[in-house]
Design a protein around this ligand. Structure first.
Ligand SMILES: Nc1ncnc2c1ncn2[C@@H]1O[C@H](COP(=O)(O)OP(=O)(O)OP(=O)(O)O)[C@@H](O)[C@H]1O
Ligand SMILES: [Mg+2]
Length: 322
């Protein structure tokens, strides 16, 4: 049996704000298997980044991991001493963020940044690290790697910079990569190239990926499985094929209707009624209830993530769908 590389269990992240308790992540459970690309998709403010950041214990100040476990190859990352988490960061688990300039240091050449990572985490000598770095740059499609290697981050285009970040992320052959909207800032053709690169590398190295996005179109092309998150809760999880052929949760269905399609007229473009809002002191019931067009009176009670009839790996948090 393919054991999960990452197993998040009932994760809760709270911010105590003057206005009340903000439950940014409210009982998220998620499993990612070896070599699997898992999409985490939902609207802005849904808690996607908080889930990603919590894996490496990088929740911003003011946020508290109130409960839960994050098992990475069986070890609870939330219970490890800081120095162990630091050594896992960048070697066994890497992150790719939206803006490559936050990952790259502006005052050092690409060369020294890549070599440093390889020397620190893999213990290579300088010459050996240099050869590996050049080969990596070549593999990810950086033209003339020996020359581009000598450049500073600002001397490369946005797409090239993101390629370099991906090369660094893969350079230590991590088991898991967390990619938080890595292509949002890039134009569409470059975005497609970067996604193809990420997918190929993940399959080649059997690296698991948690891919965070608000874009279902990307999920369709990239991910093996998907979890849909709304106001800090996973509302539906399924294989990409099942989610796309039979979305069940009213929120997932609404997300699909809001994707622009070439065969629909502009005025038919659907937007979900109302706003998600910020989950401060919300009652303990279905969070989508106020915006749901299919709600029942009984939906006021909290619901759990239950399997869609007969299918254990397609799960929905909705009374209507069970
Ligand atoms: N530093 C912070 N202090 C207080 N609340 C925060 C902080 N960072 C995030 N939050 C809140 O936590 C919730 C989840 O935020 P998060 O950034 O994880 O959403 P997201 O799904 O990644 O959204 P986006 O698509 O905009 O990146 C939101 O309600 C947000 O306002
Ligand atoms: Mg985010």
């Amino acid at each position: 049996m393919n054991e999960p590389v990452l197993n998040i269990k009932d994760l809760r992240i709270h911010f105590q704000l003057p206005q009340g308790l903000l439950k940014a992540v409210d009982g998220v459970s998620l499993e990612i298997r070896r070599g699997q690309i898992m999409g985490l998709v939902g609207e802005s403010g849904g808690g996607k980044s908080m889930v990603g950041l919590s894996i490496l214990r990088l929740v911003p100040e003011g946020g508290r991991i109130a409960s839960g476990e994050i098992l990475f190859e069986g070890k609870n990352l939330l219970a490890l001493p800081d120095h162990e988490v630091r050594s896992i960061r960048g070697s066994e688990i890497s992150m790719i963020l939206q803006d490559p300039l936050t990952s790259l240091n502006p005052v050092f050449r690409i060369r020294s940044q890549m070599i440093d990572v390889l020397r620190l985490h893999k213990g290579y000598g300088k010459k050996e690290a240099e050869l590996i770095a050049i080969e990596l740059l070549h593999n990810i499609g950086i033209p003339d790697p020996e020359k581009n290697f000598q450049k500073y981050p600002h001397q490369l285009s946005g797409g090239m910079r993101q390629r370099v970040v991906i090369a660094i992320a893969f350079s230590c052959n991590p088991k898991l990569i967390i990619a938080d909207e890595p292509t949002t800032a890039l134009d569409v053709t470059i975005q497609a190239q970067i996604l193809r690169l990420l997918k190929n590398l993940s399959k080649e190295y059997q690296t698991s990926v948690l891919f965070i996005t608000h874009d279902l179109g990307i999920v369709a092309n990239l991910c093996d499985r998907v979890a849909v998150i709304y106001a800090g809760e996973i509302v539906e999880t399924a294989s990409t094929r099942d989610l796309f052929t039979s979305p069940r949760h009213p929120y997932t269905k609404a997300l699909f209707r809001s994707i622009p399609r070439h065969d629909r007229k502009q005025e038919q473009l659907f937007s979900i009624e109302g706003m998600m809002g910020t989950p401060i002191d919300w009652p303990d019931r279905c969070k989508f209830y106020p915006r749901c067009t299919e709600k029942l009176d009984a939906c006021k009670d909290a619901t759990s993530l239950a399997p869609v009839a007969r299918s254990g790996d397609h799960r929905v948090r909705c009374l209507r769908c069970q």
